[in-house]
Design a binder for this molecule. Structure first.
Ligand SMILES: NC(=O)c1ccc[n+]([C@@H]2O[C@H](COP(=O)([O-])OP(=O)(O)OC[C@H]3O[C@@H](n4cnc5c(N)ncnc54)[C@H](O)[C@@H]3O)[C@@H](O)[C@H]2O)c1
Length: 263
């Protein structure tokens, strides 16, 4: 029996039409929330929204205008916003380590995997403040904690997300807003593409989207803000314990230092 009760609450899930986002949308609805399912895939978003009694929203999360407009639409149509899962993401699709770099593809990757997270969090915070707090969960990856040599650019984006969550999570905790990164190993979704056959050939253990929904439910039950949760097949998910860095104060900056602020 879950301790998480989202009755009367409203959730927004990006990339909610497929894979992890669809499983999470279903779980949030089962826990009592009304769910707004945002995706590029209109038919898929509508299918999950219909199955969960929520609403479908079509949009590109990499577009700077999308997340503010979506948050506004969710508050207007569903009355409030309490839980946000910034989950949409794509793979790098290229080596990213020599002059074959496809810049358009790289910018797209940054748009979906990094910009979307920043736009989404910044748009959601005022809405969560209006409820006196809330939860923001972001799908990073194990590639946000370890190197994935087969996809350095994907590794770059997911490390960026984990760093953002750790820093923003600390600031927003003061306002009762918890921010958490999910860091799953490989999950059996369409994102794997042709690699799925290679995993199957060596019987590599894959997570299921429902494993990620389980971890998200544990996070909603009370993760401290700023944590990155490791999700691996066969194990219980839990917060990754970062080592301190050598040197003064374990590498911590004084709290009010903002780099780049005009003097
Ligand atoms: N599958 C894995 O092995 C794995 C492992 C770790 C982390 N992740 C992360 O999990 C998240 C979800 O991936 P998944 O495995 O469920 O993949 P998926 O491809 O099954 O689902 C991703 C969903 O995001 C949507 N989407 C993609 N680009 C979009 C955009 N610009 N705007 C709106 N929607 C968009 C897609 O239409 C799709 O419905 C991603 O952030 C991914 O990086 C996946």
């Amino acid at each position: 029996m879950s301790t998480v009760d989202l009755k009367g609450q409203v959730a927004l899930v990006t990339g909610g039409a497929g894979g992890i986002g669809a499983a999470v949308s279903r779980r949030l609805a089962k826990l009592g929330a009304r769910v707004a399912v945002l995706d590029l895939d209109a038919a898929g978003a509508q299918r999950i929204a219909s199955a969960t009694g929520g609403i479908a929203i079509v949009g590109d999360v990499a577009d700077p205008g999308t997340m503010p407009a979506v948050v506004e639409q969710v508050e207007r149509e569903l009355g409030r916003l309490d839980v946000v899962h910034l989950n949409a993401g794509i793979g790098g699709g290229q080596t990213g380590v020599d002059d074959t770099l496809d810049v358009a593809r790289y910018r797209k990757l940054i748009g979906v995997n990094v910009d979307h997270v920043v736009y989404g969090l910044c748009a959601a915070v005022p809405a969560l403040r209006r409820q006196g707090g809330g939860k923001i969960v972001i799908t990073a990856s194990l590639a946000g904690l370890t190197a994935m040599p087969s996809d350095p650019l994907y590794t770059l984006t997911k490390h960026a997300v984990v760093g953002y969550v750790r820093a923003a999570g600390e600031v927003l905790a003061r306002e009762n807003i918890a921010v958490t990164a999910l860091c799953p190993g490989f999950v059996d979704t369409l994102l794997l593409g042709a690699a799925k056959e290679e995993f199957d050939a060596v019987a590599f253990p894959l997570l299921t989207p429902s494993d990620i929904a389980d971890a998200l439910e544990s996070v909603l039950a009370g993760a401290a803000s700023g944590q990155a949760w490791v999700i691996q097949p066969g194990g219980r998910s839990s917060a990754y314990e970062f080592r301190g860095v050598p040197g003064v104060g374990g590498g911590q900056l004084p709290p009010d230092v903002v780099l780049g602020r005009v003097r």
